[in-house]
Design a protein around this ligand. Structure first.
Ligand SMILES: Nc1ncnc2c1ncn2[C@@H]1O[C@H](COP(=O)(O)OP(=O)(O)OP(=O)(O)O)[C@@H](O)[C@H]1O
Ligand SMILES: Cc1ncc(CO)c(N)n1
Ligand SMILES: [Mg+2]
Length: 561
């Protein structure tokens, strides 16, 4: 047998130190049983040599820090670049996940419709699957256009041979232009083989109806019923997408995990550029799962990403047809902006973040300017004016004075909530909460130079802040506080979880002061600092309190190094 020598060498080698699961896979691999016509023999030799060559074992030794999450998409090519494989590649890249591709069909397609489909023979689909799955560590498989029953079967066989962390099935059947991408023959394959293996299936209205023998779906309530019936076919979760639901003002998707129904509702973006939303949504779900999100978080993040991308691209003009593609790389634009403005925000300024409070100033008989001056003199490294009940004109005047004080100390001054006030006084930026103006809109109003912070309690919110082009997140309430009514406390554990996942620097907030600041800094190694209100401003001497807190925080930073 041509492969006997290298395979034996591989099997018996002790120096390669391959993980037992991989060793088992290789030992039992189907390569060994292939028919040995000369072409196959060469392929067999290639794989075995490749592995004996140590490439697989090198992957195994790569530290988890260097391992990029990996989605394999098994789908059709869209020559217009808006849907299919092309959308999947762009969505995964935008979500910072590696994407390999197995192409099942090549379509001649544009913004008008599908002009032609050329199905890839199933043997060659199988060969692509083998090439990828033997060599690379794939976390999640996402399927799109599977144009024949035999291709569905080939895929299911590969999935059984190479189990992955999750399987996302987008049961593509009809394009939004109305063209058929997979005939009814694949339905049996979906129902009997693929769906029972799926972690989630994401049909649109027409596909959900086709999976259920063409029951009509006209309302959200019909979508719920459909989600339940499709769940009965075996997938662990179902998302019935309502992008094409007639007469619906919002874009409503129904998620069912086998127990609970959730209606995911986002405002319907008024745009023609929705070609490829389904592929993008499924790939983004796969990307988030590959990064380690739970299913529901992955779905929510993916939906938010699609909505943001649609909104960003609503006036894009590509092609003359009824349905244009959209721009997956909106986040890159923000990254570009960040690159230009790297100098303007230094995350170290989050160390001692002073937030003013008008009622405390009143209680102690201080003006905002007095409070800010004492805080920056005492060592505050950034200041936020949080004046919930100030008159606009007074607020702008006071902000201008504070800005002068802060600039003379080289300390940035941000305004809470009020983008208009920040613009009017040319403050250094704004801080927004989850119910204030979304950060991406604040960014487009304020431009690339200003600092934007977002209050976040969850990993999803932190991810969104990053996508939206924010500079930092404020994370809390860490401890109970009376400064903010009805504010849920997330504790040190919640803080740690969000900070670890956040791509943006984080400052901790909520009930923090002299007595617990060092605990926060020690327990959450990557938090950049603490934001405080009462600990400075509900005290007799703001200057002394700030100095003392600055000392504690500086010591905590030193002991980290
Ligand atoms: N105009 C819109 N505004 C906001 N969200 C939308 C809009 N259109 C679709 N969506 C969302 O995009 C996602 C994809 O849904 P849709 O029903 O369009 O899938 P699809 O028909 O499979 O897509 P396609 O076939 O165009 O790739 C869903 O989360 C849906 O709610
Ligand atoms: C190749 C391909 N896959 C999926 C869709 C669904 O949007 C499409 N239009 N084209
Ligand atoms: Mg659609």
């Amino acid at each position: 047998m041509a492969c006997a020598l290298p395979l034996e060498r591989y099997k018996s080698s002790t120096s390669l130190q391959v993980a037992p699961s991989v060793f088992r896979q290789v030992r039992n691999s189907s390569f060994v049983s292939w028919n040995s016509d000369s072409n196959k023999k060469n392929q067999r030799q290639f794989f075995v040599t490749m592995q004996a060559d140590n490439r697989v074992s090198r992957n195994m030794h790569t530290s988890s820090d260097n391992k990029i999450p990996h989605v394999l998409t098994v789908a059709g090519s869209d020559s217009g670049g808006g849907a299919g494989i092309q959308a999947d590649l762009k969505a995964c890249a935008a979500r910072r996940v590696y994407c390999s591709t197995v192409i099942t069909a090549v379509t001649a397609q544009n913004t008008v419709g599908v002009q032609g489909v050329n199905i890839v023979p199933e043997d060659f689909v199988a060969e692509q699957l083998r090439s990828v799955l033997y060599d690379m560590h794939v976390d999640v498989v996402k399927t799109g256009m599977l144009p024949s029953l035999n291709i569905v079967k080939v895929l299911c066989r590969s999935l059984r041979e190479f189990p992955v962390k999750a399987l996302v099935v987008d049961p593509v059947m009809v394009s939004t232009s109305g063209d058929v991408l997979a005939g009814h023959s694949v339905l049996a394959g979906f129902r009997e083989e693929l769906l029972p293996m799926a972690d989630i299936v994401t049909p649109n209205i027409k596909e959900a109806s086709a999976l259920l023998n063409n029951v009509p779906l006209r309302s959200v309530s019909d979508m719920r019923t459909a989600a339940k019936l499709i769940h009965d076919l075996g997938p662990r979760n179902v998302l019935v997408k309502g992008g094409d639901l007639p007469d619906s003002l919002d874009a409503i998707d129904v998620f069912f995990d086998g127990e609970e129904f959730y209606e995911l509702c986002s405002p319907r973006v008024n745009t023609h550029n929705t070609h490829g939303t389904g592929c993008t949504l499924a790939s983004s779900i796969a990307a988030e799962l590959a990064k380690g999100s739970s299913m529901f978080s992955a779905v929510k993040l993916a939906k938010r990403y699609v909505e943001t991308a649609l909104d960003y691209s609503k006036d894009l003009f590509i092609g003359n047809g009824a349905q244009g593609p959209f721009d997956h790389f909106l986040a890159l634009k923000n990254i570009d902006q960040c690159c230009h403005r790297q100098d303007s925000f230094n995350p170290n300024c989050l160390l001692l973040y002073a937030v003013t409070d008008s009622s405390m100033n009143r209680k102690w008989g201080r003006s905002i300017a007095d409070a800010v001056k004492a805080a920056v003199e005492g060592g505050a490294t950034i200041v936020q004016l949080r004046e919930k009940d100030a008159e606009t004109r007074e607020f702008i005047d006071a902000a201008k004075v504070c800005l002068e004080i802060c600039r003379s100390y080289g300390v940035p001054l941000l305004i809470n909530d009020r983008i208009d006030v920040a613009l009017a006084c040319d403050a250094d930026g704004v801080h927004v909460g989850q119910s204030d103006m979304p950060a991406h809109l604040a960014r487009s109003l304020l431009g690339p130079e200003k600092i934007i912070g977002v209050s976040c309690k969850t990993i999803e919110q932190a991810e969104q802040a990053w996508v939206d082009g924010a500079d930092y997140i404020g994370c809390g309430g860490v401890y109970p506080t009376s400064t903010k009514a009805n504010n849920r406390t997330i504790g040190l554990d919640g803080l740690r979880e969000v900070c670890q996942a956040s791509k943006l620097p984080a400052v901790a907030i909520g009930g923090i002061g002299l007595s617990n600041a060092s605990v926060v800094m020690e327990s959450v190694p990557n938090v950049k600092g603490v934001a405080v209100v009462s600990a400075l401003f509900d005290r007799e001497c703001v200057l002394t309190e700030t100095r003392n807190l600055h000392t504690v925080l500086s010591e905590a930073m030193l002991s980290r190094k």
